[in-house]
Design a protein around this ligand. Structure first.
Ligand SMILES: *Cc1c(COP(=O)(O)O)cnc(C)c1O
Length: 392
């Protein structure tokens, strides 16, 4: 028998009891809103521990539980809860921990909707916040007050890829009884073991690499069983932003190939990055693996175990219309938000910066163009980038 922590065991077998469903290789989509109990005593017992029992699909569902169990194991977590989106997972983590009068410290360039959560929605309920440059743990330590209850991290962030020293920040938070919540979507559990570094709660947009096929919006939150029980009894059950059994089944299918997809994408991206860094029309490449920024490598080497396909560039261009010409000229990259799928995407900040519902950080350069590399070959993508840069 394989060891239960072995990666292929987790992806191919963990949480799957085929004897429960005709020895089918693939688990069924248990498309049922609720579960019947053989007698009142069983009903009473199950409802008494809805975190662990099947009662109602807003709580637990067998198809969703399989994918939760696998993601928890990948993260090295005792427990995980699945959400309808990554945004719901982040919000649930914050809401479970915070009370009126508390303060949250948040990295200064988080995912845009995380920023909106903190600045707008938490503020409605009397939670104050400060966005801080968290690249040095000393700055974080200096920003803590006796009202600080949560530190919200995103390392690397998903536009400029700044990192935080997770072990150092987790240690200084723990010493003061402050909880830490990390958005680990970029690195995936294969790339960064944040719970091992002392982080309390790890959130994922499973829409990105975990699913990898651009056909599901999903989220996950991982942590100790006691913390996840708090989340379950609070925002999980009351807000009801749950993953549907069908979406869980699609996510399970995507998750099975996470290691091979990431390996392929990391190899292609390394080639594309090398090429872009030497191109005279590219002023700057933003990536934890960019050669131009060797000072980042210390943290990259310590914290990130796996490469991926997300990076941004700035062109040597005077005007934004030149950036638009470049992006419009790309034929193999779809212009779209999101990332982490099988297909290559390009996301120009100039296309979203003025979006009224988003409180977009002004510190993100308007000329920034983010790429998500998919499963195409490096040659195809480089040729496409070449012809689009020739137009600028
Ligand atoms: C997409 C994304 C989210 C939000 O996830 P959804 O699944 O779209 O709700 C959160 N954080 C990061 C870094 C993201 O890229």
């Amino acid at each position: 028998m394989s060891h239960p922590t072995d990666l292929s065991y987790i992806l191919n077998h963990l949480g799957e009891d085929r004897s429960q469903y005709f020895d089918a290789v693939i688990p069924p989509i248990v498309q049922s809103a609720m579960f019947a109990h053989p007698d009142v005593a069983t009903m009473r017992r199950r409802i008494g521990d809805e975190f662990a029992e099947y009662v109602y699909t807003r709580g637990q569902n067998p198809t969703v539980a399989i994918v939760a169990r696998k993601i928890a194991a990948l993260e090295g977590a005792e427990s995980a809860l699945m959400f309808a989106s990554g945004a719901a997972a982040m919000a649930a983590g914050a809401l479970a921990v915070l009370r009126a009068g508390d303060e949250v410290l948040c990295v200064d360039k988080p995912y845009a909707w995380t920023r909106t959560l903190v600045k707008k929605h938490l503020a409605q309920f009397g939670v104050t916040s400060r966005l801080i440059d968290a690249r040095s743990p000393e700055t974080v330590a200096g920003a803590i007050t006796d009202r600080t209850r949560l530190i919200l991290l995103e390392s690397p962030n998903s536009l400029t890829f700044e990192q935080q020293d997770l072990a150092a920040i987790a240690a200084l938070a723990k010493a003061r009884g402050i909880r830490t919540l990390l958005d680990n979507s970029f690195a995936t559990p294969l790339g960064q073991s944040a719970l091992n570094l002392g982080i309390d709660l790890v959130a994922h947009s499973a829409t990105k690499y975990l699913n990898g096929h651009s056909d599901v919006v999903a989220g996950a939150l991982c942590g100790s069983e006691s913390l996840m029980r708090e989340v379950f009894a609070g925002p999980y059950m009351t807000l009801g932003a749950i993953l549907s059994p069908h979406d869980a089944w699609l996510l399970l299918r995507g998750l099975r190939t996470l290691p091979v997809r990431l390996k392929q994408i990391a190899e292609t991206t390394a080639e594309v990055l090398d090429w872009l860094e030497q191109h005279p029309k590219v002023a700057r490449v933003h990536s934890p693996w960019a050669r131009q920024e060797p000072e980042r490598f210390g943290l990259t080497e310590r914290q990130l175990k796996h490469g991926n396909g997300l990076f941004s560039i700035e062109l040597r261009a005077e005007r934004i219309d030149q950036v638009e010409t470049f992006v419009d000229g790309l034929k193999r990259f779809l212009i779209a938000a999101s990332w982490g799928g099988y297909e290559s995407l390009v996301f120009p900040v100039c296309g979203v910066r003025d979006w009224p519902s988003l409180d977009f950080p002004a510190s993100v350069p308007v000329g920034l163009v983010r790429f998500s590399i998919g499963l195409e070959s490096a040659d195809v993508l480089i040729a496409d980038l070449q012809q689009a840069l020739d137009r600028v």
